[in-house]
Design a protein around this ligand. Structure first.
Ligand SMILES: Nc1ncnc2c1ncn2[C@@H]1O[C@H](COP(=O)(O)OP(=O)(O)OP(=O)(O)O)[C@@H](O)[C@H]1O
Ligand SMILES: [Mg+2]
Length: 300
């Protein structure tokens, strides 16, 4: 489990090897480099390293080139020659993977209910200002107080219509509800609907325990097919925030139960620059640092 993960090798000497220590992988990291310098392959190496240690991995795949991890390689004379030069005896193997897709086309559908996502993230998704966000929170509170289920976007649109019609009464009970704010929220919901957001919200909502699988002793690679989702940038970022916060909650619960020794969450490298053709590791943002040994790897 704690055997270092060989990430890269530049020559046949031990000094030419670059390792990641699994017990240090509950840190943020950024992989940067110009195009074609090996960012994707580095990410795949990390994912395979975690998987072969039984650790499930989550990766958002915005170019559709991460699924290569599922297939055993081999048969390329140039790579064989390079392996000989570096003194590597490769073991070619595929890794178990589950593909997820918000739009349900390329993999298992990945959905959340409006209630689960909550007013804060939905306000962010709709790019609401403070006043409008306040009105959305009032609507959620009203739904909560009255036992109204908020499953999909249509539920939220109906709720906002009801809130708009009963603005005077709700203002007395919860605080100021203006027609302008209700209108802004409805407009935002329409835009999200047009971007395919209606597919994101609904049932059955994903059970995040489904991400924590292993097969034949290897952790399953959970690949989010994000090539289409990335086009709707706000939807993509809000969805990832929700997913990460849910995964963190799950990890915390599991850590308390002491039932799982480690996790890893990887996302695509987020930036590259021709000036920085090397791998970067940074200490984590404290809010994401679980500070528990062997709970690993947030690479953002
Ligand atoms: N460590 C390595 N040793 C030898 N070849 C490598 C190594 N890493 C990557 N390559 C090869 O370099 C090529 C580009 O790698 P990769 O796709 O990972 O680059 P990238 O930085 O992700 O590029 P892009 O910015 O276009 O996504 C691939 O053909 C890959 O096989
Ligand atoms: Mg790449």
């Amino acid at each position: 489990m704690t055997e270092p993960i060989l990430v890269a090798k530049k020559d046949a000497t031990p000094n030419g090897e670059f390792y990641l220590l699994p017990q240090m992988s509950n840190r943020h990291g950024v992989i940067t480099g110009a195009t074609g310098t090996g960012k994707t392959v580095t990410l795949q190496r990390l994912a395979e390293g975690f998987s072969s240690r039984g650790v499930p991995v989550f990766m958002a795949d915005i170019k559709g080139d991460l699924t290569g991890c599922t297939q055993a390689g081999g048969g390329n004379p140039k790579i064989d020659a390079r392996n000989t030069q570096l003194g590597i005896t490769p073991v070619f193997e595929g890794f178990p993977a589950t593909v997820w897709d918000v739009f349900g086309k390329q993999g298992h559908p990945l959905r959340a209910t409006v209630s689960e996502m909550g007013p804060l993230l939905i306000a962010r998704l709709l790019q609401l200002n403070d006043t409008q966000e306040g009105v959305l929170s009032i609507a959620f509170k009203y739904a909560d107080d009255n036992g109204l289920m908020l499953i999909d976007l249509k539920d939220l649109q109906s709720l906002m219509m009801h809130v708009g019609e009963n603005a005077d009464q709700l203002t007395l009970q919860y605080g100021n509800v203006s027609a302008a704010s209700v209108g802004a929220i409805q407009r935002g919901l329409l835009q999200i609907d047009e971007q395919g957001g209606d597919l994101l919200f609904g049932e059955p909502a994903v059970k995040l325990d489904d991400f924590m699988q292993s097969s034949g002793g290897k952790g399953v690679l959970n690949l989010l097919a994000a090539d289409q989702l990335i086009q709707a940038a706000k939807l993509y970022s809000t969805f990832l925030l929700w997913l990460l916060s849910e995964l963190l909650n799950l990890a915390r619960r599991r850590v308390i139960w002491k039932s799982l020794s480690s996790y890893s969450f990887l996302t695509r490298p987020i930036s590259f620059s021709p000036m920085h053709r090397r791998l970067w590791w940074t200490r984590s943002n404290r809010s994401f640092d679980l500070s528990v040994p062997r709970v690993s790897a947030f690479i953002l």
